[in-house]
Structures are given as C-alpha cells and as structure tokens.
Design a protein around this ligand. Structure first.
Ligand code: SF4
Ligand code: SF4
Length: 103
C-alpha cells in the first residue's frame, strides 16, 4: 500500500505522529552545510540557522513523512541517517495493539 494513503496531518496508520520517532539525524562530522536537503524537502523539517555553530538542525521532526528517506539521497556526503525501519514498524504495531486493547 502507498504510505501516503495511510497518513493524514497528525496520525500514521492510526497512531499519533508524535509517538513515532522518525526523522533525519544529521551527522555533524560529515555535513558541510550545502543545504541540498533543505531545498529538497517541502515539509519544513529542517531549520537553517545563520549565527550558530550548527547551521542546520532538525526543527520539526514530526513534519517528516514516516518512512521517507528521500533527502538522504540528495546528500552526497551521506550525512543523514534514519531510525531502523523494522524497529519503527514494530513500535507502531505495538501501539496499535495497545490502543485496540484499551478501546
Ligand atoms: S545535504 Fe547533507 S551535507 Fe548538505 S546540508 Fe544536508 S545533511 Fe548537510
Ligand atoms: S525524509 Fe522526506 S519528509 Fe523527512 S526530511 Fe527528508 S525529504 Fe523531508
């Protein structure tokens, strides 16, 4: 099934988006602040900061589309990583099961 059909603004597969830990992790040892990832992603996940040592942060992790990894493909330095998909899926299933039990 197409992931986008499972999602609306605040839930994914019926689970509150805030309970799902899925967003890019920036490896500051690799990132050169080329900002390709920022330009690529339309969801305002990243924030560019002018006068900070870390010129790029993940400001809105819950805006990231669950299981999307597209921006990492724009990063030539391989500086973006994501949680394990299998573990995230297991976590979502567990929450669904617990929610069903309590209903
Ligand atoms: S594309 Fe990669 S190197 Fe460029 S700003 Fe994003 S994380 Fe950093
Ligand atoms: S994984 Fe997808 S939605 Fe998330 S920040 Fe990257 S491009 Fe945006």
């Amino acid at each position: 099934m197409d992931d986008s059909k499972l999602m609306n603004d605040s839930t994914f597969m019926g689970v509150s988006r805030e309970k799902i830990d899925w967003s890019p992790r920036i490896d500051y040892n690799k990132c050169n602040y080329c900002m390709e990832c920022v330009e690529f992603c339309p969801h305002k996940v990243f924030e560019v900061r002018e006068n900070e040592e870390q010129k790029l942060i993940v400001k809105n992790p819950n805006n990231c589309v669950v299981f999307c990894r597209a921006c990492s493909k724009t990063c030539g330095l391989d500086a973006l990583d994501f949680p394990d998909k299998g573990k995230t899926t297991a976590h979502i299933k567990l929450i669904r099961k617990e929610t069903a039990k309590n209903e």
